[in-house]
Each structure stands twice: as C-alpha cells, then as structure tokens.
Design a protein. Sequence first.
Length: 170
Amino acid sequence: MKRHFTKIAIALICLGLVSTYIISAYKGYKNRNGKNIEMPEVKFTKEGTLSILDADGNSIKDLEIEVAKTPYETQTGLMYRKTMEENRGMLFMFPRESVHSFYMRNTLIPLDILYINKNLEIVSFAKNAKPMDETSLPSGKAVQYALEVNGGMMDKWGVEVGDKISFKED
C-alpha cells in the first residue's frame, strides 16, 4: 500500500512539473510569422477568505484568496499574473509541516511571501520577491502554509513574525 501511494505521489509531482514546463514553453512559442503567442492572463478565482491577525488576535487585513493544494497548483502559483488586487492573495497548503522554498519563475509581479507554521503563526517571510527571479526563497523554518500577496503589503499593513492567520475555504 505504501509503495502504491509513493508511486502515485511521484506520478502527480511529475505531471505537475511536465505541465509547468509545457506552459513555460508555450509562453515563448512563436507562430509561423515569427510573432510571439502570449498565454492569456490567468484570472483570479475566489476560493476562500483569510484574515491576518496581530499577536493579540486583532484583525490587520482581510483577504480573498485562491488556494493551492495540488502539486500543479503549488508549482504554478501566481505565475503569469500581470496584476493582483491589494485585497487578494494565494494560500499554499502543504500536506505536512516542513521547510519549503519558493522562486519567482514566470511570476510577473513582485510578491511578499509569508511562511506560516501548523499553528497558523507567521514564522518567516520574503519581502518584495523580484519578478522572474529563480533565486530560492526558503522558509528557513518548518511551515505548513505560505501566503503570497503583492510586494510591499507586509510593510503597508504592518505584518510581523508572530502574527497569525485564520482562513475559511468557500
């Protein structure tokens, strides 16, 4: 049973990686006339709400969120988005708490990445991650969630390590 689950998990990860590669390759595809064919921008789909709370439980900011749970959703994240409204973000949900790392390949907008442990506490972050940069942005600590919001929002909202989140999926 364990082997079967492992094979399925590996197959899903491979499928996600292949899909990401195909999307990346398509982004730069040229037609017969040599003109670039652009991928249509991915549109926001509200899948839940999330509140960022200070250490005392007071609300700092309420957001509409998309949720990334599958390997494919986690791999693509906010890639190919040209804009994102200030009150929106993407919550990444990992099956278990561990050190995770992000990068900005094919991400067109700067992002703040908040790393959150299993107790829903913000334990680290990456501020103003540079678009299209493939530099690793590790959590540095074991986390079960990550939240991506527009770059500069952590400072604007006054979010700090030790603050918490609460969320509800639609």
